[in-house]
Design a protein around this ligand. Structure first.
Ligand code: ADP
Ligand code: MG
Ligand code: MG
Length: 199
């Protein structure tokens, strides 16, 4: 989560710029506020184990981020954290299963499917790449690196799409030709996880 907070700090301006033509120019500020609270909350509460860390982080994102991305990312983390439970560690299979539960919960909450030009267009390909890499025997660090690359490809592939969910959908055809900001931030989050595990 600290690696994610660092990445969001670093890239907040770019995320907000992506949210200008097809949104309300606040995605970077939204996430920066949320992840600053996450960083502080983890320092204050010191939850132990991946499950409690994700539960607290998710709760803070839901409560601190006004935009759509707060409840969506918050739900992802809370559901994944709940799935991980109170174990002090998680292996690759458990991480992948928890992330699948979290990402599917985002789809249920927001009513979006792949191809709707949302964060899910980065998250689902990342998840598939993670599962396939683990299945073929790669270790978690390599599998997460593959997930990061798949997320990046998925985010780039949102450019020609027409948005069907979120603010960008109000623009109809005019949403075509721009990368979805939430897909871009999902690349940062998946990449941060890969970096943290690979380090
Ligand atoms: P807001 O649009 O409320 O200002 P943000 O700018 O923080 O919120 O986040 C916008 C991003 O949230 C979008 O780029 C998109 O990826 C994601 N998003 C919005 N609505 C949905 C939805 N219904 N399902 C999945 N993702 C969504
Ligand atoms: Mg916005
Ligand atoms: Mg907003």
């Amino acid at each position: 989560m600290n690696a994610a907070a660092d990445a969001v700090d670093r890239e907040a301006d770019r995320l907000t710029e992506l949210d200008s033509p097809i949104g309300d120019a606040d995605h970077g500020t939204n996430l920066r506020r949320g992840f600053t609270a996450v960083r502080q909350g983890l320092r204050d509460d010191q939850p132990s184990g991946p499950g409690p860390v994700l539960l607290l982080s998710g709760r803070l994102l839901v409560s601190k981020v006004g935009g759509a991305s707060g409840p969506l990312y918050g739900t992802l983390l809370r559901r994944a954290g709940k799935a991980l439970g109170d174990e002090s560690a998680a292996d690759g299979r458990q991480v992948a299963a928890a992330l699948r539960i979290g990402v599917e919960a985002v789809g249920q909450l927001g009513g979006a499917v792949e191809g709707d030009k949302t964060m899910l267009d980065a998250l689902f390909p990342a998840l598939t790449a993670l599962e396939e890499a683990l299945e073929s025997g790669e270790d978690l660090a390599d599998a997460l690196a593959a997930a990061g690359r798949a997320a990046a490809e998925g985010a780039t592939a949102t450019v020609p799409l027409r948005a069907r969910r979120g603010r960008a959908s109000y623009l109809g055809e005019r949403s075509v030709g721009h990368e979805d900001p939430g897909a871009a931030s999902s690349v940062l989050l998946v990449t941060a996880l890969a970096e943290a595990v690979g380090a």
